[in-house]
Design a protein around this ligand. Structure first.
Ligand SMILES: C[S@@+](CC[C@H](N)C(=O)[O-])C[C@H]1O[C@@H](n2cnc3c(N)ncnc32)[C@H](O)[C@@H]1O
Length: 198
């Protein structure tokens, strides 16, 4: 079941990562930390798009092992590494951009705010965090794919799908500035909320 889940997630995430990489300019960053990076689909796709980027997939040890296999298959072991651990305990340092793709919708507001604070602490000045999700609009009227994913999360996890206004407020509280939302069209995300560390 785990293998099936990751094959499905990897395809969806690869398509979504391609769109994210086109919509959000990562050319100024040198090292990406993919927090809860799963199979490494974002790292593989973004390193293909951005030739100078290096990345680390940070996830629970048994998932980081799955990512290591995908990275080897993609021939990118020289640019993408894996690290096993829990994002509720600590985040690896020495990365100037953090990605949270389909992570915050798994958890409640208090855990998400704590994770964003941890991200802020781990980033250098000039670094950024990118939250990629199926965003519910600020009026909470849709769009339908985000609302349906939110229902899924309400039933299966501790979270729900949040709005750009909610993420922006949490980012601001953590210390991030120049917060913006970029919209795109992809299977696993319709936008990204980006915050920069002054
Ligand atoms: C919905 S998946 C998203 C995977 C990937 N970011 C993507 O979009 O393809 C959520 C990920 O969070 C990871 N995760 C859950 N709890 C974690 C923790 N405490 N520390 C690190 N990773 C965790 C899971 O193992 C899983 O890979």
């Amino acid at each position: 079941m785990l293998a099936h889940f990751w094959e499905a997630m990897h395809s969806l995430s690869t398509m979504t990562a391609r769109k994210l990489g086109e919509a959000v300019d990562l050319s100024h960053f040198r090292r990406l930390l993919d927090i809860g990076g799963g199979s490494g689909a974002y790292d593989i796709e973004l390193c293909k798009q951005y030739g100078a980027l290096r990345a680390t997939v940070f996830d629970l040890p048994h998932v980081a092992a799955i990512a290591a296999g995908k990275i080897a298959e993609a021939g990118l072991t020289d640019r993408i590494e894996t690290a096993g651990g829990s994002f509720f305990e600590q985040l690896p340092g020495d990365h100037d951009v953090h990605l949270l793709s389909m992570i915050l919708h798994d958890w409640d507001e208090a855990k998400d705010r704590a994770l964003l604070s941890r991200s802020f602490e781990a980033l250098p000045s000039g670094g950024a965090v990118v939250i990629s999700e199926l965003l519910v609009n600020d009026e909470k009227t849709g769009p339908a794919p985000a609302a349906l994913m939110s229902l899924n999360m309400l039933i299966e996890t501790e979270g729900r799908n949040y709005t750009p206004a909610e993420y922006s407020a949490w980012l601001e509280e953590a210390g991030f500035r120049h917060i913006e939302t970029v919209w795109f069209d992809a299977p696993a995300a319709n936008g990204a909320v980006i915050g920069r560390k002054p």
